[in-house]
Design a protein around this ligand. Structure first.
Ligand code: ADP
Ligand code: MG
Length: 561
């Protein structure tokens, strides 16, 4: 066997395998090039099945015809002026994106530098130059990619449905747009505006916050993160627990302005919310980590989604502190801290009762107990929660309302000293509520913590499942409610309409970015429809599997719950 050099077009295709996985990765490379060219407006257009045709236009500084010919050659880049791979300030630097993309598509590169009278264009087919001549366009650059992967059937086979690919492109554009508030971004899918944000007027952190709010669904329910230690800065927005989502899709992390999906950072974010979110919920967040370029290696992953930090533990710890400080400032307490104050309050109360000389400050009242009689079944069964009939709203305070007529599993809070907890209530005597989340109860020989949120979910789920095979009771809304979401979310939901109707959620499309809700599953009472539809859209985006209808139903039932 003899050794031979691989021909260039083959090398490009191999590189394409690393850089160009799907339309979204092509869009990422092209938009990053536009950003590197100091564009102030970037427009991405998608058309054709699965985004096989895409175009990126910018108003950046453009290229001369000679530069363009170089640009389509492998390892040609204008962006590495020293040999120091660690000191990378621009997005590109490998000089392989354009030739790699061109090698697996029909590719057109058109550009007109600032001040030039006219533009120039190159066309390549499967990497072969087929046209080199004048082109008409405004100052800037336009890249058109057609028939992506048409010549690489093995790769084309891996593409997901059109909707999933479009979703992935939107995600890439949204992430890049978040990191670049000074640049206007637009994403058109078959001429429909999916993203359209003008350049933000405010500079610096304020601009970032404005941009993120514009792009984050539910961006209002967030607190500002503003953290600085020596040369490390962490800023952005962190979602309040109430704005949590059913998937981690709405977590946007950036390192030195680059969108990353770094496992360490995602883990740190989860850590920051530990004890502050119910299990299975994910925080909404857009966080920007800024540190000296020497302290982070972005060259680890070809698509540059993962990074390597010189001091990972410090970054992780700082991110947790940054988010926790922001949440604490907004009054979000972890369960442990809240139960500490409960314990203190109890101690003070005990002190007040035993001695007459208790200081005034010790008169702190017991934390409010808010147990809902409605979550408790009419006939207690086997000592665990069981589905009740259609859920009514949560109602406040036994203390106010008096003891419910029906026999609850949990006894209402009793004044200390407690009567002997009896077998009457399998979950014991309710002692209080902690962190708005846990009900603390006492049985003869145990302390019981009930996660109120999880218990409620469980009840709703069982109420829905209880009608196995049957359609869950739909409760028609007197006046259909119009819910505004983004167009992508509407697409996801629209496509799953029949599935949702089977669960009692009947809706219809009402314009490009809103849905009209006609009925809701009766078991849900009066849910927050916007939050509900958003969660469902997130779920559908993550587990789009039209073949597993039953799975989806079960999964949706859980989400609805
Ligand atoms: P890299 O970005 O890693 O340098 P690319 O293959 O993506 O490699 O691009 C090659 C070169 O083409 C870039 O270094 C840049 O000089 C030029 N280029 C690419 N896209 C644009 C654009 N939109 N505007 C101006 N110049 C561009
Ligand atoms: Mg590039």
């Amino acid at each position: 066997m003899s050794i031979r050099r691989l021909p260039n077009h083959l090398v490009d295709r191999i590189a394409a395998g690393e850089v160009v996985e799907r339309p979204a990765s092509v869009v990422k490379e092209l938009v990053e090039n536009s950003l590197d060219a100091q564009a102030k407006r970037i427009e991405v257009r998608l058309s054709g099945a699965a985004g096989r045709q895409l175009q990126v236009l910018d108003d950046g500084f453009g290229m001369t015809p000679a530069d363009m010919r170089l640009a389509i050659e492998r390892h040609a880049t204008s962006k590495l002026d020293s040999d120091d791979l660690l000191a990378i300030h621009s997005f590109g630097f490998r000089g392989e994106a354009l030739p790699a993309i061109a090698s697996v598509s029909r590719f057109r590169l058109e550009s007109r530098p600032d001040g030039a009278q006219s533009g120039w264009g190159l066309m390549l087919d499967g990497g072969e130059l087929v046209f080199d001549g004048p082109a008409g366009l405004p100052p800037g650059t336009r890249v058109t990619v057609d028939d992506l992967f048409a010549r690489v059937p093995a790769r084309a086979k891996f593409l997901k449905s059109a909707r999933t690919e479009v979703q992935a492109v939107a995600d890439v554009v949204r992430r890049l747009a978040m990191a670049h508030p000074g640049v206007g971004f637009r994403l058109l899918v078959d001429d429909r505006r999916v993203i359209d944000v003008p350049a933000e007027a405010a500079a610096g952190v304020a601009g970032l916050a404005d941009r993120v709010r514009r792009l984050l669904p539910g961006g209002a329910d967030t607190v500002a993160v503003d953290f600085q230690r020596a040369d490390l800065v962490i800023g952005g927005l962190a979602g309040l627990p109430a704005a949590s989502r059913s998937t981690a899709q709405q977590q946007y992390l950036f390192v030195n302005g680059r969108p990353v999906r770094d496992r360490q950072l995602v883990g740190a974010l989860r850590g920051a919310y530990a004890g502050r979110l119910p299990a299975g919920r994910h925080a909404l967040a857009a966080l920007f980590v800024e540190l000296p370029v020497q302290d982070v290696d972005v060259n680890v992953h070809p698509a540059k989604a993962e990074v390597r930090f010189r001091e990972p533990a410090r970054i992780r710890g700082s991110l947790i502190t940054a988010v926790r400080e922001a949440l604490a400032a907004a009054g979000v307490q972890p369960v442990a801290a809240a139960s500490l104050s409960l314990a203190e309050a109890l101690q003070r109360q005990a002190a007040t009762e035993s001695g007459p000389a208790a200081p005034a400050a010790a008169q702190a009242p017991l934390p409010a107990v808010a147990l809902s009689p409605q979550v408790v079944p009419q006939q207690p069964q086997q000592g665990h929660f069981h589905a009740a009939e259609p859920m009514a709203d949560w109602t406040p305070d036994w203390a106010v309302q008096g003891r419910p007529a029906d026999a609850p599993l949990l006894a209402p809070p009793a004044p200390a000293p407690a009567p002997a907890p009896g077998g009457e209530y399998p979950l014991g005597l309710a002692r209080g509520q902690v962190a708005n989340t846990y009900i603390v109860a006492e049985t003869a020989d145990a302390l019981v913590l009930v996660d109120q949120h999880a218990a409620h979910e469980r009840l709703v789920l069982e109420a829905m499942r209880g009608r196995a095979g049957d359609r869950p009771l739909a409760q028609a809304l007197l006046v259909p409610v119009d819910v505004t979401l983004d167009a992508m979310a509407c697409d996801q939901i629209d496509a799953a309409r029949e599935l949702l109707a089977e669960l009692g959620l009947e809706l219809e499309r009402f314009g490009p970015d809103s849905m009209l809700v006609r009925s809701v599953p009766a078991a849900l009472g009066q849910p927050d429809l916007t939050a509900l539809l958003r969660d469902i859209a997130d779920d559908l985006a993550e587990t789009e599997r039209p073949d597993s209808l039953t799975d989806a139903l079960e999964h949706l039932a859980a989400t609805l719950a």
